[in-house]
Design a protein around this ligand. Structure first.
Ligand code: FRU
Length: 485
């Protein structure tokens, strides 16, 4: 046999229909119904909060409200009751609670809390007002909580920022200590513009500057956030502006980012013409950073929504929910030689079934696989490409179904092909192939692959590139097949 063939057989049994569930084990999904963007990611008193766009009444987008989950370790999440429900207005219109953030108002700048209370949470979100068939307004509003996000009150003088547009949304607020002020990033989606506002009390906002009309403008801009990111192996850090917009492949959605400087007023990007995508897969959108991480945690941590508006409402929802979230990811910058770029590391529990393999044409492997993984595991591969032309890795393989990750050394293209990955025909845009250029390091490619039933995250070369994709395999009895070219 010309090529070394390694079959890693994951022997599995499934005894009941629950075992057939496609619900991920270590990625958070809501117990039921529809979710989209993560909202209000905040750390307080040993607890990480994940609020999210949620429809309490169904498994398609609608009645947007904020759902809520908490975690002590970013791994195991507990779902809490609905945090911010949609509002029925007296004039017959409704106010949906669109995306936004939560800050800890430890100096009680807002005046919402008792004197000296340091743990007040303020949610800053887009209030989307509509009547059936008619969008009336989008403006920014507040809610506050004195009990660690368990109960909330809407501010009685909402909205706090209204510029008369029906598309103006997704506020993300940070504290700017040197000037004792809050700074909001918010988008005018149809114009590809991020605006920056400042405030002393979260209630009165003053326009400062805007940034935009560059990078990827193939789709509207949503969910901006401004965050300071350390440059690895240095004492430096730079400002990064992340936002959600178009994908490298026409029509799909993705996230892009700009690395640059921010002086408390204006953001300037290091490069004008290059487009940097945060994730190269089809299913990573609307990610925002956690607010108020412990001081020892210098690197921002983000979570994204694992879906794509291109087909989001059509993905299978057999388990009663539709949509979910990525694992938490730590961000760092590295010097790429042509500017600073982001790398991402998954924050992952060591208890997850993990296989670490060094693959080289010279070795014959004694695979340790064989335990029951039920399509939920982590695969850590160091692939020595010294004497090969590349590789094919078939994951979640059953008969002729598999998710194919392949690499070709002559083009340096890493390709993720889900066209044969199981259920793909629920929307004609779902079946698709992704390709991204990555170079081996000393002839080696490093892959850290998170497979979790219906979501796969591939971290390449310490997270310099990431591909996140949904898959809907029709069996849990699958195997992995690796093959050098
Ligand atoms: C992004 C988005 C946001 C909006 C929310 C509504 O996915 O469109 O711009 O606030 O979803 O659910």
């Amino acid at each position: 046999m010309k090529n070394l063939l390694i079959s890693l057989v994951l022997a599995m049994t499934f005894t009941n229909s629950a075992a057939q569930s496609l619900r991920p084990n270590y990625h958070y999904t809501p117990p039921n119904n529809w979710v989209n963007d993560p909202n209000g990611l905040v750390f307080l008193d040993g607890e990480y909060h994940l609020f999210y766009q949620y429809n309490p009444f169904g498994d398609k987008w609608g009645h947007m409200s904020w759902g809520h989950a908490v975690s002590k370790d970013l791994q195991k999440w507990e779902t809490l009751p609905l945090a911010l429900p949609e509002i029925q207005n007296l004039d017959g219109s409704t106010t949906m609670i669109f995306s936004g953030c939560v800050v800890v108002d430890s100096f009680n700048t807002s005046g919402f809390f008792a004197k000296g209370f340091k743990k007040g949470l303020v949610a800053i979100f887009t209030s989307h007002v509509s009547k059936p068939g008619q969008d009336l307004a989008q403006h920014q509003s507040l809610a506050y909580s004195s009990d660690k996000g368990r109960t909330w009150k809407y501010f009685d003088k909402n909205p706090v920022l209204d510029i008369g547009l029906t598309n103006f949304r997704d506020p993300n607020v940070i504290w700017f200590p040197s000037e004792n002020k809050w700074i909001m990033s918010v988008v005018k989606p149809l114009e590809y513009i991020v605006q920056f506002y400042s405030s002393k009390d979260l209630k009165k906002w003053t326009f400062m500057s805007e940034f935009g009309k560059q990078g990827d403008t193939t789709k509207i801009w949503e969910c901006p956030s401004l965050v300071r990111v350390p440059v690895e192996n240095t004492n430096l850090s730079k400002w990064v502006l992340m936002l959600s917009s178009g994908h490298r492949q026409a029509g799909y959605l993705a996230m892009q980012y700009f690395v640059g400087d921010f002086d408390g007023k204006n953001f300037k990007s290091q490069k004008q013409n290059d487009v940097y995508y945060l994730d190269e897969g089809k299913d990573f959108y609307a990610a925002i950073p956690f607010y108020n991480l412990p001081k020892t945690q210098k690197n921002p941590i983000i979570i994204g929504w694992t879906n794509d508006w291109e087909y989001a409402n059509d993905i299978p929802a057999n388990d009663g929910y539709r949509g979910g979230f990525s694992v938490a990811r730590k961000l760092a910058l590295y010097n790429s030689g042509s500017g600073f770029k982001l790398k991402q590391q998954p924050i992952i529990n060591s208890k997850i079934k993990t296989e670490t393999l060094t693959l080289s044409k010279k070795y014959v492997l004694n695979s340790k696989f064989g335990e029951k993984t039920q399509n939920s595991y982590r695969l850590n591969l160091e692939i020595d490409l010294n004497t090969s032309q590349g590789f094919d890795l078939k994951m979640l393989k059953y008969d002729n179904q598999y998710l194919l990750l392949s690499y070709d050394i002559s083009s340096n293209l890493l390709t993720l092909d889900r066209t044969k990955s199981g259920k793909v025909d629920f929307n004609k845009r779902f079946s698709s192939i992704e390709s991204v250029k990555v170079s081996p390091k000393n002839n080696k490619l490093y892959l850290d692959i998170l497979v979790d039933k219906s979501v796969v995250e591939v971290y390449v070369n310490s997270g310099e590139k990431v591909l996140t994709e949904l898959v809907f395999p029709e069996k849990l009895e699958t195997s992995e097949v690796f093959n050098f070219k």
